[in-house]
Design a protein around this ligand. Structure first.
Ligand code: AMP
Length: 616
């Protein structure tokens, strides 16, 4: 059996009925791969030329978009008409896109509506990253249909673990445009772990080390009962195998300064260097010619010496991620290698040394993510009895009084998930309630990310605390959130699908996880302080109202001492001394006990006229 967990509320029955097949897609930043699995044997599907790797590059000339290797060939000729690395813009607003590192010369600056989806000017056309992704997905779909000789309408697509709601939704939208129904979006490192069947292995923490052409990612996954949770991620969006090519070209150019490297020659030099580097993963010696004719012998030893600082950078990131997760290399049950650059013996050796074990690397590191996605697609299509569960990457919650966040669905909760909680009104006669949905690990609204805001109206006017409002958070199997609010006595209902127009960047996601680890104690302190203040304010408010209505139940002296205690508490409310507030609140509560007793008696009609105690 492939997967080990029975998913609650899954649409298994419906999926069981359909015999239509589904593919797995790794929609990568540099390259994309489509794969198909039958009898739990996944394989990557090649194009007519036998190539499995489709560069994630699209050229928009006259006519249909050109995707893949042919588009790469056009980058130099018509750079304005070719889009590369657009995955980094998925789910980003136009304002955010400006801050993403790397050069996206196509971005249209939109000052008027900075919160709308970023748009790119490509030749004479305007494209969103979603449309570019749709063109790549359409190519992969066609490639799969030719290879399988059948129509394909369903897919499991992988996304980086740090992709937020907006980027996930953008990926789904792109699939829909390409005519693909997404059975599920799964995290890339999870897919790699699945390809190696780790979900059937021993429970524990696994590391996925992914070094591609331009990016490095390290993910720590915890496997518990067949469920992978993302414990921590780290990486560098501008560090990869291509940097090694640059380093070596520049080194040799330094040795032969008489050769003039024009931009075109430099590009050509990088291309040949890349081949030489890849050759040296299998051979000890190579020959490399700098454009201009100068030949240099290049051996593996020199290549490795030049590459070492870069490889060490990845190891430093691994070390930091382990520290953030409070783990050591000894705690890691297994290591998976992903990405073309992990074919370098130097990298494999360094990973073995750091983690103290041989990594899993017998599958093609360029295809392993797509293979895992294909296995998952097969499991979902063939109605395997058990299904993989993914988890929410960050906690989801609501704003409550005092700017606090009440977490409704905690980080790493297996999805799909539905959680409800009851809330009530704060003020007498309150007929509307603002519902502010937040994402993040911190305790205060200001430290979390706002996802959506809506107002539940039509709450019947009641005394504070009497209304019963059930708020439900539902995260579907793709990690997309719907929030609904229902007032129980009237059944007033409101619902929003949370689709923020902007999203978290990869750096933000990592920062949130790291801050959570560092700020936990301080946050809890702030939370306690705010909660205490909110309760104190509530008490003061209730007493003020009670005095207005039933003040005649108090003697002048009692009223005076009550007012004094109220003032004393009020003065403390701007303080950060939680203990002092608690103390004054307690004093006030004990002073107000006789008043409360008399009010209750009056209320239940035990005495229409409760006599005042005699003043002493
Ligand atoms: P990816 O983005 O995963 O396709 O990885 C691409 C990177 O892997 C490029 O920098 C390639 O030069 C590098 N790469 C591919 N094959 C090898 C190899 N055999 N040895 C070293 N690097 C390789």
């Amino acid at each position: 059996m492939l997967l080990q967990i029975t998913e609650p509320n899954s649409s298994l029955v419906q999926e069981k009925l359909s015999q239509a097949l589904a593919i797995g897609i790794d929609l990568g930043t540099t390259n994309s791969v489509v794969a198909f699995s039958e009898n739990q044997r996944p394989k990557a599907l090649a194009d007519a030329l036998g190539e499995c790797l489709v560069p994630s590059v699209v050229a928009y000339l006259e006519g249909a978009p050109i995707v893949g290797e042919k588009a790469v060939d056009l980058v130099d000729e018509v750079p304005d008409q070719v889009v590369t690395s657009s995955k980094r813009l998925m789910g980003r607003s136009s304002a955010e896109a400006q801050n993403i590192s790397g050069k996206f010369t196509h971005i249209i600056s939109d000052q008027q509506s900075p919160d709308t989806m970023v748009r790119l000017k490509v030749g004479n056309e305007v494209k969103t990253p979603v449309e570019v992704a749709a063109d790549i997905l359409r190519t992969l779909k066609n490639q799969a249909e030719s290879a399988l000789n059948q129509s394909v309408e369903r897919a499991v697509i992988t996304v980086p673990a740090y992709f937020d709601e907006a980027a996930r939704q953008a990926t789904k939208d792109a699939a829909a445009l390409a005519g693909l129904k997404v059975l599920r979006l799964i995290n890339e490192p999870t897919a790699a772990a699945l390809a190696y069947g780790l979900n059937q292995g021993i429970e524990g923490v696994y590391a996925v080390y992914d070094l591609g052409g331009g990016t490095f990612d390290i993910s720590l996954l915890r496997l518990t009962k067949g469920v992978f949770q993302v414990l921590a991620t780290g990486g560098d969006a501008a560090l990869g195998g291509d940097d090694i090519d640059r380093l070596v070209v520049e080194y040799f150019h330094h040795l032969s300064p008489e050769v003039t490297l024009t931009p075109a020659l430099y590009k050509q030099a990088l291309k040949t260097m890349r081949f030489t580097k890849e050759y040296l993963s299998h051979q000890d010696q190579g020959m490399w010619a700098l454009p201009g004719g100068k030949e240099h012998p290049l051996d593996r030893f020199t290549l490795e010496q030049l590459s070492t600082p870069l490889v060490e950078k990845t190891i430093d990131i691994c070390r930091q991620v382990l520290i953030d997760a409070h783990l050591t290399p000894k705690d890691i049950k297994g290591v998976v290698l992903v990405g073309g650059a992990t074919r370098m013996p130097l990298i494999q050796g360094r990973v073995i040394e750091f983690f103290g074990q041989d990594p899993l690397m017998n599958l093609d590191p360029d295809k392993v993510v797509a293979l895992g996605a294909a296995l998952q697609a097969e499991a979902l299509t063939k109605g395997a009895e058990t299904l993989l569960l993914d988890v929410t990457p960050l906690s989801l919650g609501l704003e409550t009084m005092g700017g606090l966040v009440e977490k409704i669905i905690h980080r790493n909760t297996p999805i799909p998930a539905t959680f409800s909680q009851e809330f009530t009104t704060y003020q007498d006669g309150q007929t509307a309630m603002k519902i502010h949905v937040l994402q993040g690990e911190r305790e205060l609204v200001d430290h979390c990310r706002s996802l959506a805001e809506f107002t539940l109206t039509g709450i019947p006017p009641m005394v504070a605390g009497a209304a019963r409002i059930v708020i439900t958070f539902m995260v579907d199997s793709d990690g997309l959130l719907t929030v609904s609010a229902t007032e129980k006595t009237t059944n007033t209902h409101q619902e929003v699908a949370v689709k923020p127009s902007y999203g978290l960047t990869e750096e933000d996601y990592r920062r949130i996880l790291a801050e959570n680890a560092n700020q936990g104690a301080a946050d809890i302190k702030s939370r306690l302080l705010i909660e205490t203040k909110v309760k104190a304010q509530q008490l003061l408010h209730q007493l003020e109202e009670a005095i207005k209505v039933d003040g005649d139940l108090l003697t002048t002296v009692e009223l005076e001492s009550l007012a004094k205690a109220m003032e004393a508490l009020e003065q403390r409310l701007t303080d950060t001394d939680q203990v002092a507030i608690v103390e004054r609140k307690k004093t006030l509560e004990s002073i107000s006990v006789p008043f409360a007793t008399r009010r209750v008696k009056r209320l239940v009609g035990e005495a229409a006229n409760v006599p005042l105690p005699s003043e002493k």
